[in-house]
Design a protein around this ligand. Sequence first.
Ligand SMILES: Cc1ncc(C[n+]2csc(CCOP(=O)(O)OP(=O)(O)O)c2C)c(N)n1
Ligand SMILES: [Mg+2]
Length: 387
Amino acid sequence: MTVESTAARKPRRSSTKRVSAKKAQQSDPAQPELVQLLTPEGERVEHPDYSIDLTPDELLGLYRDMVLTRRFDAEATALQRQGELGLWASLLGQEAAQIGSGRALRDDDYVFPTYREHGVAWCRGVDPTNLLGMFRGVNHGGWDPSTNNFHLYTIVIGSQTLHATGYAMGVAKDGADSAVVAYFGDGASSQGDVAESFTFSAVYNAPVVFFCQNNQWAISEPTERQTRVPLYQRAQGFGFPGVRVDGNDVLACLAVTRDALERARRGEGPTLVEAFTYRMGAHTTSDDPTKYRADEEREAWEAKDPILRMRTYLEKAGLADAAFFEELETESESLGRRVREAVRAMPDPDQMAIFENVYADGHALVDEERAQFAAYQASFAESVEGK
Ligand SMILES: Cc1ncc(C[n+]2csc(CCOP(=O)(O)OP(=O)(O)O)c2C)c(N)n1
Ligand SMILES: [Mg+2]
């Protein structure tokens, strides 16, 4: 397939429920390109190109996923403040983007995350306690990527988009119909690696979905320092479709990601999804956002909270009663307790273990460094004995 044949084609979902573009309620006239199925007020709206039809249990499940992910994230932030973790990168505010896209995946799909994809990890079945070892400094990752098709967290900004592209090219060569998702941020979109992965995936028609969480900030740099055009429009120049979705709307994120994954499975190549969202907390626990952004901005986004709007919708639709929310609260608290206890019980690693798994086989430089470190450690024992 040529690049031209995939160029700027807007993905469409075959659905009997589709309503005409004119009839569709556009809840945010200021952003007509934003795909939305649930307004900030919790009102269900239709979109001409994307529809979704979920059972009550599936809707409750999405809400539960978001609540438990937020609870886990809050516990991790508290554990860092108590000195139990060295660092934490909170996903606060991005629950809908991650749960919506994460629940669109099939088991055989493969995910390449950044360091903030705790909600996607949850959807992949990675035990949350396993995410914390790296942030406590007791291991290099904490889970086997092949068990849940969820790669290790990647700190080198944008590099995972290249890994995802290469992996997706391999999937296509195998003749499989699974797809790959590369998560990255608005700041990462300025990296050369991301531009290269866009080019390669387009010309090789790789089954990859580029899922950009535009949370408006790259540490202290706002999105206007990354781009002059809306990020989703970048895809057009590379010859594949881009779509901007309300990243605080779990239903729209699910529908749009599903559509992009199906497109990839059909052999129609990559899609860029820009989930328009907001980082409600600090970049990491080492950051103080009050130094560079106004409180009013955060307050405006609080009104668009992804969990609150889903709760309003569930209540209004009569899908959840007080007992449901109470049970979930109890479940959240026990998750928090389990995570806290698991982190505190994590054993310190053998100090020499840091040299393991650097390379698959032996390496002269690593051997040299291991020997130097062993001698350094031994020097303490000698000086204690010599006294
Ligand atoms: C190649 C590289 N350059 C710089 C950094 C330092 N750094 C860590 S996070 C970050 C900002 C990333 O912003 P964005 O892509 O928007 O993701 P977010 O943290 O907002 O989720 C930077 C510059 C890094 N980790 N890797
Ligand atoms: Mg960002």
